[in-house]
Design a protein around this ligand. Structure first.
Ligand SMILES: [Zn+2]
Length: 237
């Protein structure tokens, strides 16, 4: 049988499949990747915000403690000034010393927490800057993907029209078989390895009857029927 028209149709359908794969799989995948990239930058900002807030809270906690200890010292001083007994004076003095010690510890803690604050602020600034850069980059990628999508859709229309035209040149029986087969098998045409009797579509050795049918078709392309692989169903050429 003559499969020239069918081969031309399959070639065009191959182009159509590539375009459809780009539309359905590749472009959405690249869009999702760009989205994930932006999300990662946003997550980093959120993490830096939380870290910075924690450092801020830590600093305030020490600062409040320092204020409390200073008040405690003042109270102890006022208390001591009204006392006459040695025992009460001793107790007030001890309270004052304890409060002074605690206030020093709070002060040291606040200084440490304050020092830890600037790195978290710097980190937050850096994360925000990176987020802005990523927003620009991702916006550009989206614009590029949109443009490509339009291009592919326009090309798809052209290829569809072309394949419909090519289909008209294919003998009806071949076309029916091919249209059904292409839903489950691709490519639909496969070369029959005449020396080894193998269908190169499924790589299985075929019975002698298949080799005979192919040999017959080779001799009289116009007058013979279409030969298909009994194993995978592909049209043998
Ligand atoms: Zn096969």
């Amino acid at each position: 049988m003559d499969t020239q028209a069918l081969q031309a149709l399959q070639e065009e359908d191959g182009r159509l499949r590539d375009l459809q794969r780009e539309l359905k799989i590749l472009l959405p995948k690249r869009r999702a990747e760009a989205k994930a990239r932006l999300q990662a930058a946003q997550d980093a900002v959120e993490a830096a915000v939380q870290e910075n807030l924690a450092a801020e809270r830590e600093y305030r906690r020490y600062a409040r403690d320092y204020d409390r200890q200073r008040e405690r010292m003042a109270r102890a001083e006022r208390n001591a000034s009204g006392q006459t007994s040695a025992r009460a004076l001793f107790a007030a003095d001890k309270e004052h010393r304890d409060a002074a010690e605690a206030s020093q510890a709070a002060l040291a803690g606040a200084a440490e927490a304050d020092a830890a604050r600037s790195p978290t602020e710097r980190k937050l600034d850096a994360a925000r800057k990176f987020e802005l850069e990523e927003e620009d980059a991702v916006r550009e990628i989206f614009a590029m993907l949109d443009a490509r999508k339009q291009q592919v859709e326009a090309e798809e229309e052209k290829v569809k029209a072309r394949r419909d035209e090519l289909a008209q040149a294919v003998p009806a029986g071949q076309l029916r078989y091919y249209e059904r087969l292409r839903l489950t098998r691709w490519p639909c045409l496969s070369v029959f390895n005449r020396a080894e009797g193998v269908c190169t579509g499924c790589n299985l050795v075929q019975p002698p009857s298949v080799a005979q049918a192919v040999a017959h078709a080779d001799k009289d392309p116009a007058g013979s029927a279409m030969v298909t692989c009994p194993a995978c169903g592909r049209i043998l050429i």
